[in-house]
Design a binder for this molecule. Structure first.
Ligand code: ATP
Length: 440
């Protein structure tokens, strides 16, 4: 497994992820996705939406407001109890999550012993004020998860979409938590994105649906190129589960900084719908059109972090390999991001062998025409070897080299990122060829 420093430096060098607000000295643990990172992240979200919403008859998606009525968060208990235990070193004032360190040991920052304050609960809800006044009535919260709108809007969504149980509601969007110790690059930040599903089922059928979702998540992770041996499916013990959950599995990943959570899968019973029904007074029960039975459906919740997915996809894609250079008999280390083709930021790069107009003009035209179909990069600077290395580092599956022979034989050289094999392909057949290869 690669060290985080290498990945972070590649991300910065190639424009995947930069430190946020950099020219103002940055903002601790805030990150901006650059052009390639934005493409990668969007490809992940689009693939997820396609797989779990568009291609399924039993799923619908929503895009709800990020700031909800504060009563929502009172009803769920977030305002009162969505907190982590906080401790502070009284010597250097560094703050830690008390559940993540040994408070009888020395402070990792200043080395003092016996200086930690007793742990106190610190609420993670990010507060703001709505409107011109800043009084208690104006307090609102940025959502700490995307899940709640799926419950609050459950009735409207179910009635307008006319879905029958079992069915699911999905949402992708930002969530905010005032984390005590953000860190490890994009693993834990105060602003992040989630892809969540609330899947509504009959109580008697929850165990079967839970198993199906567990399999779905495994298949999704295969699609993301994640080696199953790097994953750990952690069945949460009853004592550590929320009281309403009969089964929860944390899907953990072996990051360079340790085995930690990637996704969560929880059976939440009818806890959320019940809370909102009790506190709002609205009848949230589902009417079964066949049996005329009215009940609160139970819920299976697969909860996925987008940023953690980006991180894991990048960690899995990163390879360093010995590869031959342009000099006969010599080799050098090449860094190659072996992204699954569907997730790669650019699918194709068009590289004219020379900057001369006789090559660059038709090569640009070729890139423009391929760009109607795929994300295409065009690069005419530096030696062809250096350009291949750059495309390897950003994970472009195919490089198309336009050379002087192309003008005569109407064919180009297509280089495969992973095998580095080159093939001569006729221009008239190029699109069909790439189409087949990119789907392979
Ligand atoms: P952790 O134990 O790492 O704090 P959690 O159990 O609080 O995570 P959930 O509330 O289950 O996390 O959130 C669902 C998913 O959202 C997580 O599995 C993770 O992928 C993502 N996520 C949660 N908090 C953050 C964060 N601060 N930064 C980035 N992603 C996050």
């Amino acid at each position: 497994m690669i060290e985080m420093d290498k990945l972070i430096s590649l991300c910065k060098r190639r424009g995947f992820v930069f430190p946020g607000s950099d020219i103002y000295g940055g903002l601790a643990n805030s990150w901006d996705y650059g052009p390639l990172g934005a493409e990668l992240k969007k490809n992940i979200k689009d693939a997820w939406w396609d797989r779990f919403v568009r291609r399924r008859a039993d799923m619908v998606g929503i895009d709800a407001a990020l700031i909800m009525n504060p009563k929502v968060w009172e009803a769920t208990g977030h305002v009162a109890t969505f907190s982590d235990p906080l401790t502070e070193c009284t010597k250097c004032h560094t703050r830690y999550r008390a559940d993540q360190i040994d408070i009888t040991a020395a402070c990792a920052h200043c080395g003092s012993k016996g200086t930690f304050t007793p742990p106190a609960q610190f609420n993670l809800m990010l507060k703001t004020f709505l409107g011109a006044k800043e009084g208690a009535e104006a307090v609102a919260y940025f959502r700490p998860e995307t899940a709640q709108a799926m419950f609050v809007d459950f009735k409207m969504i179910q009635e307008t979409s006319r879905k029958r149980v079992p069915f699911g509601i999905a949402q992708v969007g930002k969530a905010f938590r005032n984390e005590i110790t953000p860190g490890n690059f994009i693993f834990r930040t105060r602003e992040f994105e989630q892809m969540e599903v609330e899947y509504f089922v009959k109580e008697s059928e929850w165990a079967k649906h839970f198993e199906t979702w567990l399999t779905e998540l495994k298949v999704w992770l295969d699609f993301c190129g994640v080696d199953r041996t790097h994953l750990h499916f952690h069945e949460i013990e009853e004592a550590d589960r929320a009281f309403y959950s009969k089964r929860t599995v944390d899907i953990e990943y072996q990051y360079p900084f340790g085995l930690k959570e990637l996704y969560g899968l929880a059976y939440r019973g009818d806890y959320d719908l019940k809370c909102h029904q009790d506190k709002s007074g609205a009848d949230l029960r589902y009417l079964d059109p066949e049996t005329n039975e009215k009940y609160l459906p139970h819920v299976i919740e697969p909860s996925l972090g987008v940023d953690r997915t980006v991180l894991v996809v990048m960690l899995e894609a990163y390879h360093e390999e010995e590869a031959p250079t342009a000099e006969a008999g010599e080799s050098a280390i090449r860094v190659v991001m072996k992204f699954p083709k569907a997730l790669a930021p650019y699918k194709v790069a068009v590289l004219p062998l020379s900057k001369k107009e006789e090559l660059s003009v038709p090569a640009r035209q070729l890139a423009d025409s391929l760009r109607q179909k795929w994300a295409v990069d065009y690069d005419e600077t530096q030696s062809i070897g250096k350009r291949y290395r750059r495309q390897d580092e950003i994970g472009t599956p195919y490089c198309v080299t336009f050379d002087f022979d192309t003008l005569n034989d109407q064919a180009v050289t297509v280089r495969d990122r992973d095998s580095m094999k080159q093939e001569r392909v006729k221009l008239s057949e190029l699109e069909a060829y790439l189409d087949t290869q990119l789907k392979a």
